[in-house]
Write a new protein. Sequence first.
Lengths: 199, 397
Amino acid sequence: MAEKDNSHQQVIWDQFLSGNKEAFAALYNLHAEAMFRYGTKLCSDRELVKDAMQEIFIEVFLKRHRLKTTAGHFRYYLLLALKRSVIKKLESGRRQLPREEKERYFEVSYSIEKSIIDQEEEAERNRKVAELLNTLPAGQKEALYLRFNEALDYPEIAEILHITVESVRKQVYRALTSIREKWGTSPPLAWILTLFLSW
Amino acid sequence: MDNIGKYIEDDRFIRWVFDKDPQSEAYWRSFETAHPGEKENIRLARRVLKKLRTVDQELPENEKIVLFSRILKEIEGRERRHKSRIIMMEMMKYAAIALFFFLAGALLFSRQKEVYPTFAEQEQTAPVMGEEARLIREGEEDILLSDRKSRIEYREDGQVVVNDSVLGGTGLARKGIPVMNQLVIPYGKTSEVTLPDGTRVWLNAGSRLIYPGFFPDKTREVFLAGEAFFSVRHDAGRPFVVKTADISVNVLGTRFNLSAYAGDNLIETVLTEGKIRISQNNAGRFAESVEIAPGQLAAFSKEERTFSRSQVDIENHTLWTEGLMKFESTDLSRVIKKLERYYNIRFRYQDPLLGGIKISGKLELNEHCDAVLGIVADAASVKIDRAGEGFFEITRK
């Protein structure tokens, strides 16, 4: 199935490269929401994020023949471009902030999911985990977000975060270890996470 | 024992948990059925991942369209800077075009999934097309059209009547504010709409029409993806233009059928009466345009970017508006494709060569689908059997 899916993506990509605006719209449609989701975590100003998206898509269409990306990596390409553009816009807007603070910004909040099957104890644990996730350092949050919410692979995340692939793994590992600690002694879940982490 | 990790590390699994995309839904559901021992692992892996779900700011649909229209406008502006004249359209028109490309793109997307179908895959992806027929008006709530055939009328006083009941709403159109309206007709449904200028449009299954609540300009312009029959109210001072992704049809007052499905290579225009001129979009001043006379068909090939003309039996192209379908030594595959759209069903051929069988006859489409398929099977001397919900298989007799 994945292969079929890819060939379909490839058809759209090829048509986009040849200047077909329907295909361009299809690509926009496919990625705009993810870009907006990611962008609004880098910066709370919705309009700034949309401006950045606008510039990126215009650029992508006009310079489509010189794009250094492929159909399969386009999502990553767009997110990286978005991050650069948002940071640039923020920097020109708030020069007074120390560099440290500018680069560390990544605002994510995790929901405390309510499930019918959740026992009270489980709900309490969920709340703790959400709390913990919300207090993770920006870098770890961003790594987790890109890995699990946007399904990027480790080398792509490394590129976006400007760190090595090994550090990305470490960030994700650290975050998940803290989750496990917060989870306390729930045997099945602790067991899963142990497995997962040693994998 | 390494069995949770392999899910949490699988991109497709992650996408399933977070995106709820129906295709992967079907994939993982059938995976689960095929590997019952993995069920518990899958459940646990899902739970772990769900803990990592973030609260996201969403980009609302209208903002998404407005943003894309800004993108298109800017691109067009920059592309034209290289040419001699700079023509800037109003934002409003860009919004319509953005919306249009968008929908056409979405249709292109969903149609092309069927280009490489295997039966197993079809079974999983088929029910996806079940979109609701609806009327979308800017600044108003969507109107769902549940009937198999809906009827919509824009009256001269600005009132909108759907299936005999008058719609309420803020009535921006009545206050003289031009707003875009959009009629979405999925596979399995049809609709008949009377536009504010009195022009009547029959929309075939799997089509979308975008038009303003009233026509403020010197030209009356609408956008079509899919198939429609137009009976245009004559107005010499205001030409009527139907735009599709690739071509535009210019008329004063006439009747014609236009079939422009995103997944078809040919865009076919058949004229019943009057005169029309068809031209290619975004082409230079010397680009080819064609005029056709009643009884003629103009076919535009998206691949070759050229027109060809031929004499046809008009009824073959227009009877669908009356719930009939007529064909004369037509390929079975063409008939089947139309039935797929009309009833929102899918077919598979035992042998692709069966699609080449020529058949002639007339079908009453309002009859039950099974009865219609029986007639087609007889006419082509093949067997058509139900192979699943909404699925049929064509085999040799």
